[in-house]
Design a protein around this ligand. Structure first.
Ligand SMILES: *[C@@H]1O[C@H](CO)[C@@H](O)[C@H](O)[C@H]1NC(C)=O
Ligand SMILES: *[C@@H]1O[C@H](CO)[C@@H](O)[C@H](O)[C@H]1NC(C)=O
Ligand SMILES: *[C@@H]1O[C@H](CO)[C@@H](O)[C@H](O)[C@H]1NC(C)=O
Ligand SMILES: *[C@@H]1O[C@H](CO)[C@@H](O)[C@H](O)[C@H]1NC(C)=O
Ligand SMILES: *[C@@H]1O[C@H](CO)[C@@H](O)[C@H](O)[C@H]1NC(C)=O
Ligand SMILES: *[C@@H]1O[C@H](CO)[C@@H](O)[C@H](O)[C@H]1NC(C)=O
Ligand SMILES: *[C@@H]1O[C@H](CO)[C@@H](O)[C@H](O)[C@H]1NC(C)=O
Ligand SMILES: *[C@@H]1O[C@H](CO)[C@@H](O)[C@H](O)[C@H]1NC(C)=O
Length: 395
């Protein structure tokens, strides 16, 4: 083991073959070699089965468990700038995992590790952190004031981070609690997609990131926005695709218009309606003077029709029972009204039949009498038999 040999012994053993100039290089190289293999020297260590290139540490898809992960984090060297640890299983992301001083770390990716527990203390030694990705985890409670120790963070992804895989239920993150007591003035990119934000005020309570530029809230169960415009004065891109939004009301529309820097809005793949109720929204959407660009327009549809191809003038608002026909298609409202009309008509007809049943029976009997008589004659049946049959029919 070269690591256990005294440095002087190594130098002595090679001295006779070298000049003094070369000697320095060898001493230098030897000491580098010795430091790299010396135990408890964490300057250039690399956790087993991980790859460490320059200042980057990658432990990808190793399926490490909780115990193994503690040793992985212990062995990350003190100069690492970028740490990527994904595809493992360590539910308890405790404060102890980053026990050592990790001020050098700028970027941490702990996505897809089945993490259930996180706290503000988890990142307490990562005071210079800028990028924090923790997508695809199963965080099962609100990590209160999660970002308190990393106020300089710029780019945060919590995409599908609160999804419970054990029983298929969703944890509804309370952003008020997660962002409690911290001003995230450095935050520029925030991805909260794939989490159920439909209750707890959703992201409406989010006002700690006033310099935010990009906000992703795709697939988050949202029905409306209720953005607090004052909190998002720097925002340039908003993604609210794949939600439950059926139209944006006047309040949501003016909030979007009031964002001075907004340049890109993704509202694709929402279940929009195109009846009287959404008329104002569709008119607004088709207005060429909107100050921002709506992307993926061909996927902004109501029952398969692009909202950009709808002739707003054709959306009926005062027609029979609110029935609306848009470009020859019945909307859901229209269909509902139509079925109500059909049901009422059927009921009226049944009512008439019940009320006049005796008159109707008599009329039809008289009408059929001659025909039936002819039938019976051609079959050669007796007159009496015919009369009996007629009696049964009349009853
Ligand atoms: C973690 O994995 C190691 C090696 O496979 C095993 O010895 C250890 O018991 C495991 N620990 C837990 C808590 O599952
Ligand atoms: C998450 O990690 C598992 C291995 O632990 C892997 O099979 C899976 O593909 C990963 N998922 C994603 C979205 O990366
Ligand atoms: C998580 O780990 C910490 C430190 O080891 C421990 O104190 C805590 O009880 C653990 N929590 C759970 C739920 O296992
Ligand atoms: C599903 O899991 C969550 C989090 O682990 C738990 O709070 C909830 O009670 C579970 N629901 C059912 C029906 O087991
Ligand atoms: C979530 O935050 C709101 C404040 O917006 C608070 O009133 C509520 O009690 C919180 N809910 C939970 C479940 O913690
Ligand atoms: C979101 O959470 C609410 C409240 O817990 C629940 O009613 C709703 O079904 C959830 N949505 C999804 C898509 O899980
Ligand atoms: C808009 O959202 C959809 C669905 O989430 C996504 O597939 C698409 O790439 C987004 N468009 C842009 C330009 O980001
Ligand atoms: C379109 O938007 C502009 C600017 O907001 C507004 O002045 C105009 O009235 C709008 N046009 C229609 C048809 O709503």
């Amino acid at each position: 083991m070269i690591g256990s040999l005294p440095l002087s012994f190594v130098i002595e053993s090679i001295r006779p073959k070298m000049s003094s100039g070369r000697m320095c290089i060898v001493v230098l190289l030897t000491s580098i070699l010795l430091t790299s293999v010396a135990p408890n020297q964490r300057d250039s260590a690399c956790p087993p089965q991980c790859s460490c290139i320059a200042f980057q540490v990658v432990c990808d898809q190793q399926c490490f468990n909780q115990t193994q992960m503690s040793s992985v984090f212990d062995n990350i060297n003190d100069h690492a700038i970028e740490i990527l640890v994904t595809g493992n299983v360590f539910p308890n992301m405790t404060e102890e995992l980053f026990w050592y001083n990790k001020e050098s770390v700028r970027s941490l990716d702990i996505s897809n590790n089945s993490i259930q527990i996180l706290s503000s203390r988890t990142f307490q030694f990562l005071s210079n952190l800028e990028t924090l990705h923790m997508a695809d985890n199963t965080i099962s409670m609100n990590p209160i004031s999660l970002f308190r120790k990393v106020p300089g963070v710029k780019d945060v992804s919590m995409r599908s981070a609160f999804q419970s895989i054990s029983n298929g239920s969703y944890i509804v993150p309370n952003l008020t609690e997660i962002f409690l007591d911290v001003d995230l003035n450095s935050l520029r990119y925030l991805d909260l997609s794939g989490n159920n934000l439909s209750v707890n005020g959703g992201f409406r309570s989010l006002c700690n990131a006033r310099q935010l530029k990009l906000l992703k809230l795709s697939n988050a169960g949202l029905r409306s926005l209720r953005f607090n415009t004052d909190c998002f004065s720097q925002i340039t891109e908003i993604d609210i695709s794949l939600n439950e939004i059926d139209y944006l009301d006047a309040e949501d529309r003016s909030a979007l218009e009031a964002m001075p820097k907004l340049s890109m809005l993704n509202i694709s793949l929402n279940p929009f309606r195109c009846d009287c109720i959404a008329k104002g929204f569709i008119t607004w959407l088709q207005n060429k003077s909107l100050s921002f660009n709506v992307v993926d327009k061909d996927r902004v549809t109501c029952s398969g029709v692009s909202l950009y191809n709808i002739n707003v003038a054709e959306i009926g608002c005062n027609s029979l029972l609110g029935m609306s026909i848009v470009n020859g298609r019945l909307t859901s409202w229209g269909l509902l009204s139509l079925s109500v009309v059909v049901m009422i008509s059927v009921m009226i007809i049944i009512g008439i039949i019940v009320k006049h049943k005796t008159t109707l029976a008599r009329k039809s009997y008289r009408l059929l009498k001659h025909l039936r008589r002819n039938d019976y004659r051609s079959l050669g049946i007796e007159e009496q038999e015919f009369e009996e049959d007629v009696m049964i029919y009349a009853v």
